[in-house]
Structures are given as C-alpha cells and as structure tokens.
Design a protein around this ligand. Sequence first.
Ligand code: ADP
Ligand code: MG
Length: 300
Amino acid sequence: MLQIEQVSKSYGTINALNNVLLTIPKGTCYGLIGPNGSGKSTLIKIISKIIRSYEGRIKYVGGAKGTLGYVPQDISLEEKLTARTNLEFFGQIHRLKGSTLKKKAEQILKDIGLLERADHIVESFSGGMKRRLNIGCALMHDPELIILDEPTVGVDPQSRRYIFNIVNKLKQQGKTIVYVSHYMEEIENLCDYVAFIDKGNIVEEGEIKALVNRYANTAVYFEAEDSTQLLANGKFAFTPYKTGAIIQSNDPLTTITELVQLSRDHHVIPEQLSLFKPRLEDVFFQLTGTDLRDQNEKGE
Ligand code: ADP
Ligand code: MG
C-alpha cells in the first residue's frame, strides 16, 4: 500500500530523518512510536505531502494517493464556526455537496460523539472535543489511508475512548491507518505493526506480536531473594529488571534448567522463573537502552 524508500530529511543542520525504509501493508494499523523530536511528525508530513522537499521516495501502491486523510498534531479548525460547518467545509474541499455532504457530516458527528453539540461554535469546545472534530474533518472524504499524529495528547478519558472507537471502526472498514504516538500502551492495544523511531532512525519494525515474541524468546526472567548475588555466584550474565533480573540467552529452556539447578544448589526457591514476556515498552528499552517514558518526561 505504502512504501517509504530511503527517506531522509534535514532542517538546516538538524537531521530529522536518516534513510527511513518502511512498508506499510494495506489494511493494517501501523504504529509509529518514538520520543519527542525523533522525527515522527516529519515522516508523516512527508507521507501526507505536507513536506515536499526531502530525499528518497514514497510509493503509493493501489490508489492511496488520492484518498489520504491527515490529522495534524496541532488542531486546525475554524473556532468561530460550528462543528457541523467545519465538517461541511472539509467535505466541500473534497467536492461533496447537497444531501451527500449533509448526510456525511451527520454520520461523522455521530461517530465522533458530537451530534448534540453539532451546531455550537468550536470555541466553546473542550480540547478533547476539538481533537475529535479535527479527526472527523479528515474523514469527510472517506479516505483509504488515514494518518493520525498524536491524537490523544492532552485529551480527557471520554474523548480518548471515542478516538479509540473511531480507529477501531476504521480498522473494521479495512482502512490503512498510520497511528503516531509516544504512548506505548495505545500502540500495543490498537496497532498490528509498529516502527520504533529514535533520532531519525528506524531502530526496529514489524508485526507487534512477532516482535514481542522474538524478544521474549531470547531471555529468561528470574526472581528470588538476593537474585543478584545468586546469579553472580552462578556466573550468569544478567541485567537487573524490576524486582528480579533478565538473563539473555540463545537457548532459554536450557537457561531455565540451569537456573533450577542453581536454585537447588543454594537451597533457594525462586519467586519467579519464566520466559521473559516483554511489553512493547521493554522491547524499546532493549533496543535503545533508553526508557521512552523517562525521555518524554524530560522533553515535556
Ligand atoms: P516528533 O514528531 O517525533 O516529536 P519532529 O518530526 O517534529 O519530531 O522533529 C524532528 C526534529 O526536527 C526535531 O529535532 C525538531 O526540532 C526538528 N524540526 C521539526 N520541524 C522543524 C522545522 N520546521 N524547522 C526546524 N527544525 C524542525
Ligand atoms: Mg510530533
């Protein structure tokens, strides 16, 4: 559906993107995640043709070109107009008119949960309502490819739920979605694929389930009283993790057996001994050596 080939972009001396290579399959929800300033917005502005000067190429396979819906990170609405008028305005840009236009606006108002506020001016809306409307505007022409830039930043829980429902509905309709976020849980819950971006480089990408499994199958989680001391005695290479430790291994089942033996030898009963099942967050940590949450807190 969408092929991104060796895309690079610099702003003066800042390299925002370095040779980005990605394929976004048709009908998938593709998550793009990385810390503030890692190049996410730049990449999707290139995909959405907002930025037109860059190196490399983007191939839109199978007609995605004409039907693209881009939801910018910064809300762009006419504050003095009503929700309905904003939607109709975007519909008209895409040549909808008459009853088709009215019906489409009505349906979108329902989907974004703003039917009751349809004829109020945007100025009176909460941040979350504005975000929902901003998304609605990008959906008026029924695009095949929808690109959302951090759609849940700073919104209330109710609006967040609406946004997830909108994304899930688009998935059911078979649309292709690029979902940008720095919230790992959102990507994990909504998306099928993920690309991790750090300092303008894609550090890993693929199907989320496969990624998590790949990282899970190369490590063992061990927790016991004094795990650190015990593991050091057993000459295991390990990384302290939460209340226990992670032992990297090419053969985790053998490692588990060795840990059982080590525990026996020292008369220790482990609290936990298992294949390490990382969350997406842990995969990012293993890849970059940095915690996304810490980085975002620093940046915000
Ligand atoms: P993200 O969306 O991941 O936070 P951005 O794509 O917005 O990252 O930014 C990537 C890098 O490019 C950052 O270092 C940012 O400061 C820089 N940058 C983004 N837009 C501009 C611009 N218009 N002019 C100069 N630098 C920019
Ligand atoms: Mg951004």
